[in-house]
Design a protein around this ligand. Structure first.
Ligand SMILES: *[C@@H]1O[C@H](CO)[C@@H](O)[C@H](O)[C@H]1NC(C)=O
Ligand SMILES: *[C@@H]1O[C@H](CO)[C@@H](O)[C@H](O)[C@H]1NC(C)=O
Ligand SMILES: *[C@@H]1O[C@H](CO)[C@@H](O)[C@H](O)[C@H]1NC(C)=O
Ligand SMILES: *[C@@H]1O[C@H](CO)[C@@H](O)[C@H](O)[C@H]1NC(C)=O
Ligand SMILES: *[C@@H]1O[C@H](CO)[C@@H](O)[C@H](O)[C@H]1NC(C)=O
Length: 393
């Protein structure tokens, strides 16, 4: 008797679902999408088949990553040509991200557990923006409620009193860990706004012409490596650390009221070569790379060139160049091109941008401001298109 085996193959249809934006107006020129304890909009990326492409559209009038499928044939019919210059290559895009500042953490912490989860998902998870870069300040910043560093005990040369603060343990580390669970490809970039006041020439967290005292060059390098190691011991490996946030601020009298410390090419270069570089290399955090500058575009490319003029040795310690967006309106995007041609092996990465920073930008928080959204969009297109190769004709 023959036995007939029926093989039933079940084609389980994978249900791809995304939550739509539930719009809410706060009186500005566009809407926000509601994100609360039970609901948050999301988006699922679906790859199109050959000959098709998918368009995601957002608009002032209310679309939020609304997706539709289209065919290249329709483009042809409409006379639109898309040229891909495959032979011309620029640098790889490292990704997109945000910052784990004190204020971000304090605001997230003020929400209910489930709203926190939904909010973090909307930034880091598959159904969200999939941020894969996160900047984390070493100590306090202009997004802190007080000036502080991780060792504020005067003349603690052996760094015995170095310790994490409430801001680290309550507002940064927990959210960095949850974000990392949502996207295990999340890379953290650390930046210190200042050395402890006692290591500085002006004995202050901020102020005009505050520099690191030469006698503390090595101590400060050890301070930063302690930060890398302690975060690593908490499961948070730091991918990159910059030489310090906005070193030019210390040269603007009466402008800066928050943590800052000045560096020039002639001081930062020997510090990296003799202290920061070797101290990181000798530590258990030796895989952390160093980014130069961490300041505005107007420092390009002369600041980096001046570092190399001081000593070519710098080349082996610097992996990339970090820049900020303030005053981009006044300094051409060509400065990136010139930097890239002069230092093709050093990647360029924008590490800071925020709207509402100018004194005339009132109110500081504007929920649903399309105008502010557009500033980010324009900057991303301006900068990133340099590294893509699309030409629309
Ligand atoms: C969350 O927002 C959704 C969509 O607006 C709404 O239906 C739901 O009642 C809200 N839930 C809470 C807990 O507010
Ligand atoms: C630090 O510098 C700021 C800005 O110049 C100044 O207002 C403040 O009084 C200084 N603090 C100390 C302790 O010197
Ligand atoms: C790094 O290690 C080398 C070799 O052990 C040593 O000579 C050097 O002094 C160390 N440098 C620093 C800054 O720790
Ligand atoms: C890093 O340390 C290793 C030894 O651990 C040494 O061989 C190497 O030259 C060092 N690299 C730099 C850039 O200092
Ligand atoms: C980094 O340190 C590890 C040990 O912690 C060592 O095995 C490795 O060779 C080091 N890498 C470099 C580039 O020095």
């Amino acid at each position: 008797m023959a036995e007939i085996i029926f093989l039933i193959i079940l084609y389980t249809s994978i249900i791809i679902s995304a939550e739509h934006c539930v719009p809410r107006s706060f009186g500005d020129d566009s809407n926000v999408c509601v994100c609360n304890a039970t609901y948050c909009d999301s988006v699922i990326l679906q790859l199109p088949h050959d000959g098709q492409f998918r368009i995601y559209e957002s608009s002032k009038s209310g679309q939020r990553l609304q997706s539709r499928l289209d065919h290249f044939d329709t483009m042809k019919e409409n006379g639109i040509k898309l040229y891909l210059q495959l032979e011309k290559k620029y640098q790889t895009i490292h990704g997109f991200g945000g910052a784990f500042t004190d204020s971000a953490g304090m605001n997230i912490e003020s929400l209910s557990d489930s709203t926190q989860e939904k909010l973090l998902q909307s930034y880091f998870s598959e159904g969200g923006s999939r941020y894969n870069l996160g900047r984390v300040p070493v100590g306090g910043t202009d997004f802190s409620t007080r000036p502080y560093t991780l060792d504020d005990t005067p003349e603690d040369i052996s760094l015995k009193k170095f310790s994490l603060t409430k801001e680290d343990t309550d507002y940064k580390i927990p959210f960095m860990k949850r974000a990392l669970e949502m996207n295990n490809e999340l890379n953290f970039i650390a930046a210190s706004w200042t050395a402890p006041a006692w290591m500085k020439t002006n004995n202050n967290y901020t102020g005009f012409l505050g520099f690191l005292k030469k006698q503390y060059y090595q101590t400060y390098a050890e301070y930063l490596v302690k930060f890398l190691e302690i975060y690593k011991s908490r499961g948070l490996k730091i991918w990159a650390i910059s030489t310090g946030n906005e070193p030019a601020n210390a040269f603007v009298p009466e402008l800066v009221k928050f943590n800052d410390m000045g560096w020039t090419p002639n001081t930062v270069t020997p510090w990296v070569i003799n202290n920061l570089g070797p101290t990181i290399n000798n530590s258990t955090s030796n895989e952390t790379i160093i980014l130069a500058l961490d300041d505005q575009r107007f420092d390009l490319p002369w600041y980096i060139q001046a570092m190399y003029e001081y000593s070519n040795e710098i080349d082996k310690y610097i992996a990339g160049i970090a820049t900020h967006w303030y005053m981009d309106n006044y300094f051409s995007i060509d400065l990136y091109d010139r930097t890239h041609s002069a230092f093709p092996n050093k990647f360029l990465l924008m590490t800071e941008a925020c709207t509402g920073s100018a004194s005339w930008d009132i109110p500081k928080v504007r929920l649903g401001s399309w105008q502010r959204g557009e500033r980010y969009i324009t900057s991303i297109i301006d900068v990133k298109l340099k590294f893509f190769n699309f030409i629309f004709k």
